[in-house]
Design a protein around this ligand. Structure first.
Ligand code: SF4
Length: 688
């Protein structure tokens, strides 16, 4: 090899742009990413990647990266050394705790950061500051899916692997723009459809790519998925098509559940969902006759006031038809962020320790109290949404937000940023000066995945290692190291030498990860939780029943009420979601030139019918106004949307940010904002 090639390094890493968890070697030289090379033995993706994973890395060298800690002075920030920033932060947190009690503090972990960093964040909240006020951004997306699964099957994760989705005889996707949000997983489905005639049914408001490829595409009215799911389940039972043997052996509460379905007749479902009775019967017949069914869903289901109940209805249907505990079957909530699964798994939740053991459980709490040498409150803490409310109420006075642009991604931005202004002391730890960071008193410069070690857990519960490929820029540091230093300055020496030590501690305390260690995760090796002490992992989540006392799953009784409608004044419904090229609020991908040149800014999708009615053309400028706020943007006319449905990409951190429109309504069981339930009116600024 020539001298030039000698300086090229190849490092295994995990993509940070979605929950598929593609792994690949990244080729680097002098802090530049030269290329991304997937490997045959990448468990989730083999040799595939998508545009984000392949080209989305140049943001690591963005001029806008934070290189030094910043401390507020009046309306601006001054650069300081780490010692000063951390001493100051530790002192302010300690003062507020002494003055107003531990629950005056709130901590937000990042689902873009590693498992080890989630672990240290919840340890900082619980051990060092004595509060359970710790949460993460799964509150914005996937908590309802987790809730629906907990209630019915006892574990809040995908039932199997991506391979199982590919092996199913039938895949149903609900509220998931799979081709753009989980591209590599979508291509597995496309392949199975082509190769062995896997049936694909897609339910969505918007006819996106998977909608056009589906064997059948249905557009139920917004927020009514629970209704068609329950009606189809009822019809299956009425026809005697349920899986009797499976139910008798593995499922509780069938009779009460059957009784509760009374209201979900085909007539009722047709009226509410807009799917005809005939179609509902055909869907039921197809499901009942297929050998292996996998259902995938995403934020089109969860971000509603009935998000948890709708996720529950999915699981009920799978139980009634015996579609658990076998390869090629099961429930697949498609996790959005690279580590949204892991961030919750490793305890950054107000009611759970790592591995979903309840904070309120005395035995579990004692285990952590003994290990950490402190007392931990038995009461669950506040979730994300409750923290913002508590600031407005004057009971929460300080926040530490890690890698989350809360001021853009939370619903009702104006309400959230008003809360930030009321905080006595706020710390933001991130790569860039985000919208949220602008409200902070201290900003701590963190590093992206390529500049640190750790593990991420993808949507299949697969824990995978990332190795450090680059040196941190400027004085930036890994989140876990910053958090550990803050703990030390607050009187708690943790003494971890590397993330591997943090994983060892997690494994020693949380039974779900008992056998997880860095040795077992070397290179492309991975483990799917639960992992037994001997290292045996669980590609299939349910093998010998379900994790309840009698080993049986539970059918969960549901009701339905229409929670939201447009009205005469606010007469249009705004749906929102991802576009292929960008990630989340766009803080990383908009700073990638390769990506933002392809998709420079957001747009508002309008149906041809509505464009005609309002007399607007492609590129017109419009203002959307909801009861919470307004956005302006340019119009893209497309038949992906129909009638009075609009669509807005959520990846915009400027004036088209959808969360100026969203309000404070939330899923009743998890406080996840009902991002998908927005009624607006439209004013035309320029017809074009
Ligand atoms: Fe990254 Fe997801 Fe694309 Fe894979 S599918 S390369 S994990 S964004």
């Amino acid at each position: 090899a020539s001298m030039r090639e000698d300086r090229i390094e190849k490092t295994k890493t995990v993509c940070t742009y979605c929950g598929v968890g593609c792994t690949f070697d990244v080729w680097t030289k002098d802090h530049k990413v030269l290329k991304v090379e997937p490997q045959q033995d990448s468990p989730a993706n083999g040799i595939s990647t998508c545009v984000k994973g392949k080209f989305g890395w140049d943001y690591v060298n963005s001029e806008e990266r934070l290189r030094k800690p910043l401390v507020r002075e009046g309306d601006s920030f001054v650069e300081v050394e780490w010692d000063e920033a951390l001493d100051y932060t530790a002192k302010r947190f300690a003062d507020i705790k002494a003055d107003k009690g531990p629950d005056a503090l709130g901590f937000i972990a990042s689902s873009k950061a590693t498992n080890e960093e989630s672990y240290t964040m919840q340890k900082l909240a619980r051990q060092v500051f004595g509060t359970n006020n710790v949460d993460n951004c799964s509150r914005y997306c996937q908590s309802p899916a987790t809730k629906g699964l907990f209630r019915t099957v006892g574990h809040g994760g995908d039932s199997g692997s991506i391979d199982d989705i590919a092996d199913a005889d039938m895949v149903i996707t609900i509220g998931s723009n799979t081709a753009e949000s989980h591209p590599v997983l979508a291509s597995r489905i496309k392949r199975s459809q082509k190769l062995f005639g896997q049936k694909l049914y897609v339910f969505d408001l918007r006819k996106h790519e998977m909608g056009t490829r589906a064997d059948r595409f249905f557009q139920p009215k917004s927020g009514t998925d629970l209704v068609w799911l329950s009606a189809v389940t009822k019809y299956i039972i009425d026809q005697g098509w349920e899986d009797r043997a499976f139910i008798d052996k593995w499922v509780n509460d069938f009779d009460a559940y059957q009784e509760s379905l009374k209201k979900f007749t085909l007539d009722y479902a047709e009226e509410l969902t807009g799917i005809s009775k005939d179609e509902l019967k055909q869907i039921a017949e197809q499901i009942a006759n297929v050998g292996k069914l996998a259902i995938c869903w995403a934020m089109g289901v969860t971000q509603h006031q009935l998000g948890s109940d709708t996720s529950t209805a999915i699981s009920n249907l799978l139980l009634v038809t015996g579609n658990y505990m076998r390869n090629g079957t099961g429930a697949y909530p498609l996790r959005g962020h690279n580590n949204v699964q892991g961030c919750s798994d490793f305890g950054s939740m107000p009611n759970f320790f790592p591995g979903y053991e309840k904070v309120a459980d005395d035995k579990v709490r004692k285990r952590y109290e003994d290990a950490w040498g402190v007392e931990i409150p038995a009461e669950p803490g506040k979730d994300n949404h409750e923290m913002i409310g508590a600031i407005h109420e004057g009971t929460l006075h300080s926040m530490y937000i890690l890698g989350e642009d809360t001021g853009i991604v939370d619903a009702n931005i104006n309400y959230v940023t008003d809360a930030f202004e009321k905080l006595e002391f706020m710390v933001v730890q991130d790569l860039f000066l985000t919208e949220t960071a602008k409200y902070a008193d201290v900003i701590l410069p963190a590093v992206p995945s390529l500049e640190k070690e750790g593990t991420f857990t993808n949507t299949e519960r697969r824990i995978q290692r990332l190795y450090q490929a680059l040196e941190p820029v400027g004085d930036s540091r890994p989140d876990w190291a910053i958090i550990m230093d803050l703990a030390a300055r607050s009187g708690y020496e943790w003494g971890y030498n590397s993330p591997s030590d943090i994983m060892d501690e997690s494994a020693s305390l949380a039974p779900l990860f008992a056998g997880v260690s860095y040795d077992r995760l070397t290179d492309y090796n991975s483990l799917q939780w639960p992992v037994a002490a001997d290292g045996t992992d669980s590609p299939l989540l349910f093998v010998d029943g379900f994790p309840f006392e009698d080993n049986k799953a539970k059918l969960y009784l549901l009701d339905y009420e229409l929670m939201y409608e447009t009205n005469d004044e606010y007469d249009l419904h705004v749906n929102n979601g991802r576009v292929l090229e960008h990630f989340h609020e766009g803080n990383m991908t908009y700073k990638s030139k390769a990506i933002s040149s392809k998709m420079p800014s957001a747009f508002i999708e309008v149906s041809p019918e509505l464009a005609k009615e309002r007399g607007i053309n492609e590129g017109a400028e419009v203002k959307l106004i909801s009861e919470s706020g307004e956005v302006t943007g340019s119009v893209h006319i497309t038949d992906r949307v129909s009638g009075r449905e609009l669509y807005l990409p959520l990846n915009d951190n400027g004036k088209t940010a959808v969360n100026y429109l969203t309000d404070n309504s939330v899923d009743k069981d998890t406080d996840t904002p009902a991002f998908k339930e927005i009624a607006v009116k439209m004013e035309v600024i320029k017809k074009k």
